[in-house]
Design a protein around this ligand. Structure first.
Ligand code: SF4
Length: 330
């Protein structure tokens, strides 16, 4: 229940199912998850995105083993003290697993409630009010069924576009329906365009045909994952100059920037990136983990053992295809 709730944050059910099945095979108990290496846990999550979720899940398992004898706690306060568990996730777990009367407020529920009261501001600006509503409506006799029904209503009937009000049991009470404005609610935020970062990325080869990879610091979006080093292109800078500068700053080594391998576009929730990836040759200096946690020289075949962000997987694929044909610096 807990694992599926975390996986389903920001990820669709059909994507989650194979990950969930594989995960439960690898870490069937909280104790086994707590005892696993972080790299093994990140690898099992590779491709699901939002990696803070899995780092928190792992830390929470260790906390449960330490403080709760390896048994998932049933008290709301204890659950909320676990890393990565906010109020709606706690409500989802406690009501579904233990039938406790704890409310929920995920994206679908916000939409249903905003329509129910014909909310005149975007939901984000009325969170306290929506929590009160979710709490007041919750059926204390059957909280599990109620919360599940509320989420299902949002997912299947009270959908973002063209809600199917004819199938809804709440038409009598729904103010948006009675005012005929259900398709115009909830009110949306006016959003600024998301930033676009141009990144220079280096696939650095040494004379033994190995490639240099680095592990990102634990904090941040992709913390703990491995990547090909690089960084943001400064205004007026060429991709080649950016790669050379970044590698000097990040790893303290001199390189020759060679041919372009691939350009990868990837969109995250709050920004998008274009990765301009070049083959590079190590020329001078011993690589140092100046702006990362760890560095390693690995062969192309060994790359599979490391968890990488999704955008980097395309680089690995391109490398395989390329090196099938030739070695870049001969
Ligand atoms: S009546 Fe329509 S808009 Fe109102 S809650 Fe039901 S499906 Fe949503």
């Amino acid at each position: 229940m807990w694992v599926s709730e975390i996986m389903l944050q920001q990820t669709q059910v059909k994507t989650v199912i194979p990950y969930f099945q594989r995960w439960m095979g690898l870490f069937p108990t909280i104790q086994q998850l707590a005892a696993a290496e972080q790299q093994q846990v990140l690898k099992a999550w590779q491709g699901l995105g939002y990696y803070a979720r899995v780092r928190n899940l792992h830390q929470a398992a260790q906390k449960i083993v330490l403080n709760h004898n390896g048994i998932f706690p049933k008290q709301l306060e204890s659950v909320l003290s676990l890393p990565g568990i906010g109020r709606t996730t706690a409500g989802g777990i406690l009501s579904a697993a233990f039938d406790q009367p704890v409310p929920i407020l995920d994206g679908n529920v916000k939409r249903v409630l905003a329509r129910l009261v014909a909310l005149q501001v975007p939901p984000r600006r009325a969170i306290a009010h929506l929590w009160e509503l979710s709490t007041a409506l919750l059926d204390p006799q059957q909280p599990c069924n109620f919360n599940q029904a509320l989420m299902d209503l949002g997912a299947t009937v009270c959908t973002p576009r063209q809600p199917d009000c004819d199938r809804c049991p709440w038409t009598f009470h729904c103010q948006a329906y009675n005012l005929g404005v259900q398709s115009e609610l909830p009110m949306s935020e006016t959003r600024a365009p998301i930033p676009h970062k141009i990144i220079g990325v280096a696939v650095i080869w040494n004379d033994q045909g190995q490639i240099l990879i680095d592990r990102r610091p634990q904090t941040g979006l992709l913390g703990g994952l491995w990547e090909f080093p690089g960084g943001k292109v400064e205004p007026g800078e060429t991709i080649e100059a950016c790669i050379q500068r970044e590698i000097q700053e990040e790893l303290g080594i001199g390189i020759e920037v060679g041919d372009r391998l691939i350009v990868v576009d990837h969109t995250y929730t709050h920004f998008k990136v274009t990765l301009n990836v070049h083959h590079c040759r190590h020329l001078s200096g011993e690589p140092q983990p100046i702006e990362c946690d760890e560095i390693r020289w690995v062969t192309l075949n060994e790359l599979d053992q490391y968890p990488f962000p999704k955008a980097n997987l395309q680089i690995i694929e391109a490398l395989r295809e390329f090196c099938h044909l030739k070695y870049p610096f001969t």
